[in-house]
Write a protein that binds this ligand. Structure first.
Ligand code: ATP
Ligand code: MG
Length: 211
């Protein structure tokens, strides 16, 4: 997927999302947004609720309070196939994807229900898991950034905080099922708490020399 394709981007607005699997909520009061042309990333420790949030946005996990709109249209708790038809492409975490397909093919699978064109909003759950570091960076820089350059809105969950920060317009940090921090890469890269938790080492401005 490259910038020569033009996608009709769909803004995501998720407000106050509380959701879970039937017992106590796993995520509570989460507000996130992504606009066409943007890559917005979601980072956080294992079990912090990143995948649960994406699943709640695509109708797989039930939202008990809060609202999800895509392109201004209410999609809260709609069936997953209806949300796909509304223009949302979802690439699940590694165990749930179609193994024999390439990452690109998996991205495009999200749009297979649409009459024509591709999704306008992509939700990607750790698309670089199990890839070698150089390939992961290339995937993020070329394909993921390329989706946004084509006009789509992208919300991506990533373990590789440094690599994803480099391609993000904004990043949310989840912890214990809530948003703990949010900001631009420039803001987060000078936050001691963020740097210690996710980048390793001491805070320094994005783009400055290593060391
Ligand atoms: N199907 C399920 N049924 C019950 N609880 C679940 C289910 N899936 C996830 N959970 C629980 O919800 C919490 C959040 O899990 P989730 O998968 O959303 O985290 P995550 O941030 O995506 O973690 P990871 O980085 O490991 O992918 C965890 O405590 C997990 O055990
Ligand atoms: Mg996950």
């Amino acid at each position: 997927m490259s910038a020569d394709v033009t996608l009709r981007g769909l803004p995501l607005r998720a407000e106050g999302i509380t959701a879970g699997y039937g017992g106590d909520p796993v995520i509570r009061g989460i507000t996130v947004s992504a606009d066409p042309g943007q890559v917005v990333s979601l980072v956080g420790p294992n079990g912090s609720g990143k995948s649960t949030l994406l699943k709640s946005l695509v109708g797989i996990v039930r939202v008990s309070s809060g609202t999800v709109t895509v392109g201004g249209r209410q999609v809260t708790n709609m069936a997953p196939e209806e949300i796909a038809r509304a223009g949302v492409g979802y690439v699940p975490q590694v165990d749930d994807v179609f193994g024999p397909l390439t990452v690109r093919e998996n991205l495009e699978m999200g749009g297979y229900l649409l009459p024509r064109g591709d999704p306008g909003l992509f939700l990607l759950d750790e698309p670089t898991a199990n890839l070698a570091p150089a390939i992961a960076v290339a995937l993020l820089e070329e394909h993921v950034r390329g989706l946004a350059a084509s006009g789509a809105a992208v919300l991506i969950v990533e373990q590789r905080a440094k690599a994803v920060l480099a391609i993000s317009d904004r990043t949310y940090v989840l912890g214990g099922g809530e948003v703990r921090m949010e900001g631009t890469p420039a803001e987060l890269s000078v936050s001691p708490e963020f740097v210690e938790s996710f980048l390793g080492g001491r805070a320094r401005p994005v783009g400055s020399a290593e060391g």
